[in-house]
Design a protein around this ligand. Structure first.
Ligand code: F6P
Length: 519
């Protein structure tokens, strides 16, 4: 740890110790301006972070800590295309995908924005053809069903965003998602589709992911069986950073939409990986989605750290993880449309920051969550009376897309009530089993409405939050070496399961399981 970082770290440890006896509700009593001071609005997103164990001194220390890690410089480096993914020697330029594409951004002496623009135009052209019914299958049928085959970043973003923006749907084309190698998943999707009118999107940055390739083979066979002897190639689009591999699979070059090595899988929804979303909401809403993210990028780039929403959210996380020993972060959107948000955020945060730094501090939290009010009837009991310290991010939208305004108000009332109950607890003197200590911190993210722009802002907010935390922990948020080991072992175990050939060095438990499965 550098000297300044160590100094602020120690001061924060002391501050945390002193704060242990503080009651969140008292902080409001002592400062009538607390909500104004500890809230911030960026365009259509309002963050109230007043229900946290924070005061001006602690915030100043957290900002000093960030400064001691050269955060401002790191933000500039990220956004300008410096090699921030040091272990893989590449930039992480997801923000470039939502930039004004008529400007310029040089990476290794190449202006990447014209490339981004060309691929986006190719994607938009395909979307128009699908919407107009001019993209035809091999038997001249219009496309009625699109199946995205992809996993991880090639699935979670599109699945989440298509559902989140269902109110903005511009097409009757049905979208399906197949991610798992479990054959039940593709089988049940294919049961809902007709070969002549189904288009498969093979989404894979590497085009080597076994799950995706296995499902792609099933899709190919299904089409060949039903449509032979016609040419099935029209039924496949590939979205990839490895076009050679896609061509080897048999994808027509004109059906390959590209993105690039400098876009991390979990940051790729803004690239052509967003094709399912663009099909669903149309090109104009997709542009609004990008614009929302761009607004957050501009804020992130320009706002001072103390008024910078992603930085504040990140520092509050650091405060709890490193100085209050929080192990998890609960993310609770009060919106059914955000029902896949926690899954998406799990990959974004845990694959990025689930790493051990050289200096032995705790890093990325276990991210989990569920929509409200459903979660209230499942695990909120533990939030209120359990023994773990669990900071919460609530997310809600002021306006509903439905005409049921009263019901939406009830939803919001529940969201506010839970945040309040977590903070206040129960003031009544009761039996021990009824004791509700309260004093549980939370952030409240309030969107105007769950629009494409607001969703873009929300995702960019969390992307930048994760980046800031990575900088403070001194880890590279853009690689994922830990995922590779399991992949390698699965490869050797496939041989074991198929042939029964067991490596004697394999652990007895795995050996015995292989035998059981083969028997
Ligand atoms: O799970 C590891 C991972 O490499 C993710 O980072 C990635 O999003 C996912 O696999 C899918 O990879 P690909 O898009 O190359 O198929």
């Amino acid at each position: 740890m550098n000297h300044a970082r160590e100094k602020y770290w120690q001061m924060l440890e002391k501050a945390a110790h002193l704060m242990q006896t503080c009651r969140l509700s008292d902080l409001f009593t002592h400062d009538s301006q607390r909500v104004n001071k500890y809230s911030i609005c960026v365009d259509k997103i309002y963050l109230d972070y007043s229900k946290n164990f924070l005061n001006d001194d602690i915030l100043a220390l957290l900002i000093n800590l960030a400064d001691s890690c050269d955060l401002s410089l790191a933000i500039k480096q990220l956004l300008s295309g410096a090699c921030v993914n040091s272990t893989e020697s590449k930039p992480a330029l997801h923000a470039a995908l939502r930039q004004d594409l008529d400007s310029s951004l040089q990476v290794n002496d190449v202006d990447i924005l014209p490339l981004v623009k060309a691929q986006k135009e190719k994607m938009f052209h395909l979307v128009s053809q699908l919407h107009q019914g001019t993209y035809l299958g091999t038997t001249k049928s219009k496309i009625t069903d699109v199946v995205n085959i992809g996993i991880g970043g090639s699935d979670l973003g599109p699945v989440m965003a298509v559902e989140a923006l269902k109110e903005y749907r511009q097409t009757s084309i049905k979208l399906h998602f197949v991610s798992n190698i479990d054959p039940e998943m593709i089988t049940s999707v294919l049961q809902e589709c007709t070969p002549s009118s189904t288009l498969f999107i093979l989404s894979s940055k590497s085009f080597t992911t076994p799950e995706t390739l296995a499902n792609a083979q099933v899709a190919k066979k299904w089409l060949e069986d039903k449509l032979s002897p016609t040419d099935i190639n029209k039924h496949f689009i590939a979205v990839t950073a490895n076009p050679e591999k896609a061509q080897t699979f048999g994808i027509l070059p004109e059906n390959i939409l590209q993105f690039w090595d400098w876009v991390g899988g979990r940051y790729s929804i803004w690239s052509t990986i967003g094709l399912p979303l663009a099909i669903s909401i149309g090109t104009s809403h997709f542009e609004s989605f990008l614009l929302g993210a761009r607004k957050m990028d501009e804020h992130f780039a320009n706002a001072p750290l103390r008024q910078n929403m992603p930085v504040l959210l990140a520092l509050i996380g650091i405060w709890y993880i490193n100085f209050w020993q929080a192990k998890t972060l609960a993310v609770l959107p009060y919106s059914t449309r955000l029902r896949h948000f926690a899954d998406y955020l799990q990959q974004l945060d845990m694959e990025s920051n689930g790493k051990t730094p050289r200096v032995g501090t705790a890093t990325g939290p276990i991210v989990w969550g569920q929509v409200g009010t459903n979660g209230q009837h499942a695990f909120f009991q533990l939030l209120h009376q359990g023994t773990h310290f669990i900071p919460v991010d609530f997310i809600a939208a002021k306006l509903s897309h439905t005409p049921f305004k009263d019901q939406h108000l009830h939803l919001l009332a529940n969201c506010l009530a839970q945040a309040r109950a977590l903070m206040q607890g129960s003031e009544e003197k009761r039996e021990l089993h009824e004791y509700m200590p309260g004093n549980k911190p939370s952030n409240m993210l309030l969107l105007e409405q769950l629009t494409p722009t607001a969703l873009g802002q929300l995702l960019a907010l969390y992307e930048h939050k994760v980046f800031v935390q990575g900088i403070i922990w001194g880890i590279n948020s853009f690689d994922q070496p830990g995922v590779e080991l399991g992949k390698k072992l699965a490869h050797t175990l496939i041989a074991g399961l198929e042939s029964g050939a067991i490596d004697s060095k394999m652990d007895p438990s795995t050996q015995s399981l292989i035998e059981k499965i083969r028997a």
